[in-house]
Ligand binder design. Structure first.
Ligand SMILES: C[S@@+](CC[C@H](N)C(=O)[O-])C[C@H]1O[C@@H](n2cnc3c(N)ncnc32)[C@H](O)[C@@H]1O
Length: 213
């Protein structure tokens, strides 16, 4: 990998350079949607499987209502469904990614064209037993503050289960925001997997937060 590349996979590398601009992100993923699953499997992406297992370890009720934020092509929903969860909603900025997710047949409800930062305009506050956000707290996508937005959608006592790419964690104020939310007793950190497998280019951290209730 040359020094100016973040990933050895050209499609992933370009995605990490979208500057968090929703128009760029939407256009990029609309274009990538057809090939995303293939490219991602080449990259040995383990985010969806690890996150789904973390949910299973902390939420036994397979009828619980789950929201897969930035669901993409539905890889997280497929993993959750394989573990027995049956009430999974999902949304994403990219309509074309959501079209692919629809093909999986594992979601109750899907919506495209929704920006995480504005999701509370669509989803009721405190509506979900757990919200999952996998592969989106990564460079060029969303700021750490997306965490506080997603927390609004979790019911009191519910879970937010998510990944952060290691280089995102290292280059943003994510930890400072987590520390502030914990100090303010808004969340509790239930589990943290540090430097766990993410893809063949590097590691990620996986987080399970419980919203105070
Ligand atoms: C790397 S993909 C991950 C998709 C899926 N969660 C997975 O693990 O395969 C990142 C996804 O985040 C979506 N995304 C990026 N920024 C977003 C935002 N602000 N609001 C909603 N979705 C966003 C993209 O459209 C894309 O589908």
């Amino acid at each position: 990998m040359s020094d100016d590349k973040v990933s050895s996979n050209a499609a992933i590398d370009a995605a990490l350079r979208l500057d968090g601009d929703p128009d760029k992100v939407r256009a990029y993923y609309d274009d990538w949607a057809q090939n995303y699953n293939l490219d991602i499997s080449d990259a040995e992406y383990s985010g969806p499987a690890i996150t789904a297992r973390l949910l299973q370890q902390n939420l036994a009720d397979t009828a619980a209502e789950l929201l897969d934020a930035a669901c993409g092509t539905g890889l997280v929903g497929v993993e959750l469904h394989a573990l027995g969860y049956r009430t999974i909603d999902g949304f994403d900025l990219s309509d074309s990614m959501v079209e692919q997710a629809r093909v999986s047949g594992v979601y109750r409800q899907l919506a495209g064209g929704i920006d995480i930062m504005h999701a509370p305009q669509t989803y009721a506050p405190g509506g979900y037993a757990a919200v999952l956000a996998v592969g989106v707290f990564t460079l060029g996508h969303v700021p750490p503050e997306a965490l506080t937005v997603l927390l609004q959608l979790v019911r009191p006592g519910g879970l937010l289960v998510m990944s952060t790419r290691t280089h995102y964690y290292d280059q943003t104020g994510f930890q400072q925001l987590v520390d502030a939310l914990i100090a303010d007793q808004q969340i509790e950190l239930i589990k943290l997997l540090r430097e766990a497998p993410y893809n063949k280019d590097g590691a990620g951290h996986y987080w399970v937060f419980r919203k105070s209730g």
